[in-house]
Ligand binder design. Structure first.
Ligand code: PEP
Ligand code: MN
Length: 342
C-alpha cells in the first residue's frame, strides 16, 4: 500500500500519517517528490485499515501496489506518464522519431544530419558524445566538443537532443550544454550510483534495457530514478543478447516489451531497432513493427555515409533510407492507432 499525500499536505500531516502506520507495526518510508509526498509501507500492510488512513488530514488516496517498483507501476499512475521535452514535444502522447548518428564525428556531419532528419520527420536528434565501446582503443566520442556541436544543431534546427551519460561526474557538463534527454546505455542500466545521481536532476532520462536484463530489474532501475525525485523516465528496449539470433542479428528485439511495460508500468516505452537487429537492411521492418505495436517512439541511427562511420556504420541508415522509413513508420503508426482506438 502507498499513501499519496495531497500537494498541500503539511509536514505535520505527513508525520501524523507515519505515526498512525507505526501503530499497526508498519515501518513507514516517506518519499518527498517534486509535487507531493508519498508514504510507502514496509511490514504487514494487511493490518492497516485503509479507510482510517484515508480519513487523515492531508491524505489524497491510498493505493495498493504489490510490485516492488511503486512509482514506476501502472497502479501508481493508471493514466500513464507524459513527459515534456520541449514546448511542443511530449513523450507518451504521440509517436516520436529520434534519429542521428551513433557518435558525433564532426561539426559538419552532425549539422548536416540534423538538417536532414528534421526535414524528414524526426522530432529529436540523437548523437553520442561519450561512447561506451566494447573494444578498447576504438573511437570513444569527441566528449565536450560533441556536446557543443549538438547544442548548436539543436538551436539551428529546433531539435531537442538525446545523448548518453556514462559518468555522474559529467552531469555538470551536460547542464552546461543544456542536454534535453540524458541516455543511460545498456551497459549502465544497473549502475546504481549513476542512476541515483540522475534521480536528483530534473531532466528526462532515457533508460535503455541492459543486454540481459529482465523486466523487474529494468523497472527497478527506473524506480531508482523516480524514487530520488526525478519523474521523467522513458524506457528504451534495445534488444537482448541470446544465442537464438545465431549471428543473424546483433540482439533479439523484444517487442512484447511494449505490451508488458504498458500493463505493468506507467512509463513511456520507445524502441531502438538499431542496436537490436544491427544491420541497416533489417531496420525499417523493425521500425514498422514498433509503430504497429504503438510504441511511444523509435530511436534510430542515421549517418551521412554509413560506410565511413567511426561507430556502428553497419546498422546506420543513410539519408534516403531514413526518409523513406520515417514517412512509412508515421503512416503505419497513425493507421494502427486509428484501428486500436476504435
Ligand atoms: C548507443 O545508443 O549508441 C548505444 C551504445 O546503445 P546501447 O547502450 O543500447 O548499446
Ligand atoms: Mn550505436
Amino acid at each position: 500500500m502507498v499513501v499519496v499525500m495531497r500537494s498541500d499536505a503539511t509536514e505535520k500531516d505527513i508525520e501524523n500519517v507515519a505515526r498512525h502506520l507505526e501503530k499497526y507495526g508498519i515501518d513507514p518510508l516517506v518519499v518527498k517528490g517534486a509535487e507531493q509526498a508519498t508514504i510507502q509501507m514496509r511490514g504487514d500492510e494487511k493490518k492497516v485499515p485503509q479507510d482510517e488512513i484515508e480519513e487523515l488530514p492531508g491524505v489524497e488516496k491510498v493505493i495498493f501496489i504489490s510490485k516492488p517498483y511503486k512509482f514506476a507501476s501502472r497502479e501508481y499512475m493508471p493514466e500513464g506518464r507524459k513527459i515534456n521535452i520541449s514546448k511542443n514535444i511530449t513523450i507518451g502522447k504521440d509517436f516520436l522519431i529520434m534519429a542521428g548518428p551513433c557518435a558525433v564525428e564532426s561539426r559538419d556531419m552532425i549539422l548536416k544530419t540534423a538538417e536532414h532528419v528534421k526535414k524528414n520527420g524526426a522530432h529529436i536528434l540523437r548523437g553520442g558524445a561519450f561512447k561506451p565501446r566494447t573494444q578498447p582503443g576504438m573511437f570513444e566520442g569527441l566528449g565536450e566538443e560533441a556536446l557543443k556541436y549538438l547544442a548548436e544543431a539543436r538551436d539551428l534546427h529546433g531539435l531537442p537532443v538525446v545523448t548518453e551519460i556514462m559518468d555522474a561526474a559529467d552531469i555538470a557538463l551536460f547542464e552546461k550544454y543544456d542536454v534535453d534527454i540524458y541516455q543511460v546505455g545498456a551497459r549502465n542500466a544497473k549502475n546504481y550510483r549513476l542512476l541515483d545521481a540522475l534521480s536528483r536532476i530534473n531532466k528526462p532520462v532515457l533508460l535503455k534495457r541492459g543486454e540481459q536484463m529482465n523486466y523487474a530489474d529494468w523497472l527497478l532501475s527506473a524506480e531508482r530514478i523516480l524514487y530520488g525525485g526525478n519523474e521523467n523516465v522513458i524506457l528504451c528496449e534495445r534488444g537482448t543478447a541470446t544465442a537464438a539470433t545465431n549471428g543473424y542479428t546483433r540482439n533479439m528485439l523484444d517487442l512484447e516489451a511494449i505490451a508488458v511495460i504498458r500493463k505493468n508500468s506507467s512509463l513511456p516505452i520507445i524502441i531502438d531497432p538499431s542496436h537490436a537487429v544491427g544491420s541497416s537492411e533489417l531496420i525499417p521492418t523493425a521500425c514498422y513493427m514498433a509503430a504497429t505495436g504503438l510504441a511511444d517512439g523509435i530511436i534510430v541511427e542515421v549517418h551521412p555515409n554509413p560506410a565511413e562511420a567511426l561507430c556502428d556504420g553497419k546498422q546506420s541508415l543513410n539519408f534516403e533510407q531514413f526518409k523513406e522509413m520515417a514517412k512509412n513508420a508515421m503512416s503505419i503508426y497513425n493507421y494502427a492507432k486509428n484501428i486500436v482506438e476504435k
